[in-house]
Design a protein around this ligand. Structure first.
Ligand SMILES: [Zn+2]
Length: 258
């Protein structure tokens, strides 16, 4: 596929230069087990010192973690699917609790399972572009490569979903760069981070996942979990317990600001 001209035009080099470096532990533990991403000084930052100028598409290129709604909220995000075994189970579980989630899908998985993309959006969940190859070192590669990873996946997701909105972009392992954030925002996708990372993909045990989420929620509302990329039985069981706990604690389910 060719690279669209807007990719280059949409890149505002140095847009992140004025951002104060404030890397938290959450940024060092990544989805898929990569190294942290020093190329983007805003990764892991809880409070940007300067708000980047929105792009032509009107989307803020800074990393979103806050809820759209006020009050006691949680934003669930499920990465690396859709998966034909696990995603339907997660959809059923979320429906049982009237919970909403952002599904950060890989382009090839979306292409292989358009039916699941349809189920996700029809149930009121939101879509997030999680690239083609899940390259957790993409922040160390040229901007053209990053653009292809993001926009080729967007094309695959668009085709699989029939052009339903893709509100977010999440770099694999949090490997954002100022360039990739601008590319995503220029195409209508808000960069999406997280506050809570229980490392569920490492399968540390159901109760460990539950406890980590409960403890880390003090840092913010956006929770990183996985419905793809391997056997997700532990994540599923943990989410089942967590949803019951969220309901009992009076949380309501929101979305990260798009
Ligand atoms: Zn991932």
């Amino acid at each position: 596929m060719t690279i669209r001209g807007i990719r280059r035009n949409g890149i505002a080099r140095g847009a992140g230069a004025a951002i104060v470096l404030s890397v938290t532990a959450a940024a060092l533990v990544s989805c898929g087990g990569s190294s942290p991403s020093p190329a983007d000084p805003t990764v892991g930052a809880t409070q940007p010192a300067a708000r980047p100028v929105p792009t032509a598409a009107g989307v803020d290129p800074s990393i979103s973690r806050d809820s759209e709604d006020g009050g006691k909220t949680v934003n669930l995000t499920l990465d690396d699917g859709p998966d034909p075994v696990w995603t339907p189970r997660f959809l059923d579980l979320l429906a049982k609790h009237h919970a909403k989630a952002v599904f950060c899908v890989l382009g090839p998985n979306a292409k292989a399972h358009p039916d699941l993309l349809g189920r996700i959006v029809d149930a009121g969940h939101r879509l997030c572009d999680h690239t083609v190859h899940h390259d957790t070192a993409m922040d160390k590669k040229p901007a053209d490569y990053q653009a292809r990873e993001i926009l080729d996946a967007k094309d695959m997701i668009d085709q699989a979903s029939g052009g339903r909105p893709i509100q977010y972009y999440r770099a694999p392992g949090g490997a954002f760069t100022p360039e990739s954030r601008q590319i995503a925002a220029a195409h209508g996708m808000r960069p999406l981070g997280w506050n809570v990372d229980p490392s569920d993909y490492q399968r540390p045990g159901v109760d460990t996942i539950v406890t980590r989420v409960q403890q880390q929620l003090a840092k913010g509302p956006t929770v990183l979990l996985h419905d793809g990329g391997g056997n997700r039985e532990q994540t599923f069981q943990a989410l089942e317990k967590l949803l019951t706990w969220f309901d009992a604690q009076g949380y309501h389910y929101s979305f990260p600001k798009a």
